[in-house]
Write a protein that binds this ligand. Structure first.
Ligand code: ADE
Length: 230
């Protein structure tokens, strides 16, 4: 079994790549695919770049050229709601692309037209393993629910209120739901595990700079535990 591990930014994969026993590194679509062993598991780890197009291309390469059996997306995200703080972990139950808009045709906001699903559901077994990993690291708070993705760094209180009301989202980021769509189309089980770097409100970019290092540390710790449980 080979697991594809995707992060959007180099700093999100940095700690993990230090632990990877590298077999082969290949560049495709300007992305470096690191094939090797991580905590005893066969993995292909890759930094895909920011946004839905980069992450979709990357996931399709993992599917078509590396035949990965499962995909895990890790990294940071904006927290939605009063109870969620930087450093907390969110495990996605399902994902929606919040910027997909064909409401002019009567579709719901977020619905990808002519696709037979509204949200992309993460693999139940992988969700449970991620949740178990979170439980075993008791000093890190964790949440499970819907993550929404769009090509936008959300830094606006009105927008997060809307994301919460429209989608019931607990977190927002820029890649998860497109990775999820590619996995859905290729029938690959996947899960998205993110750590909160900011609260997606006014000034989020400053919190993001401050809290990303601790958020990355936490999501890497959870991934480490999860791979050990797999
Ligand atoms: N990733 C981390 N914080 C984010 C935010 N506020 N909006 C979108 N993606 C993010």
């Amino acid at each position: 079994m080979t697991i594809g591990i995707i992060a959007a930014m180099a700093e999100e994969l940095e700690i993990l790549l230090k632990d990877l026993v590298l077999d082969e590194k290949r560049k495709k679509a300007n992305m470096a695919f690191h094939k090797g062993k991580l905590y005893g598991k066969d993995v292909v780890a890759v930094v895909c770049g920011i946004g839905k197009v980069n992450s979709a291309i990357c996931t399709q390469i993992l599917a078509s050229e590396y035949n990965v059996d499962k995909v895990i997306n890790v990294g940071v995200a904006g927290g939605i709601g009063k109870e969620i703080y930087p450093g907390d972990i969110v495990v996605a139950e399902n994902l929606v692309q919040h910027d997909m808009d064909t409401t002019a045709f009567g579709d719901k906001m977020g619905q990808i037209p002519r696709l037979s699903t509204f949200d992309f559901k993460c693999d139940e077994e992988m969700i449970n393993l991620a949740k178990k990993a979170c439980e075993e690291i008791s000093e890190i708070n964790s949440f499970t629910g819907r993550i929404v993705s769009g090509d936008q760094f959300v830094a606006n209180i009105e927008k997060i209120k809307w994301l919460e009301k429209e989608f019931g989202a607990i977190s927002c980021e820029m890649e998860g739901a497109s990775i999820a769509q590619v996995c859905y189309l290729n029938s690959i089980p996947f899960v998205v595990i993110r750590s909160i770097s900011d609260n997606a409100n006014n000034g989020a970019h400053m919190d993001y700079e401050k809290f990303t290092p601790i958020a990355v540390k936490n999501s890497t710790r959870i991934l480490n535990k999860m791979l050990n449980l797999m």
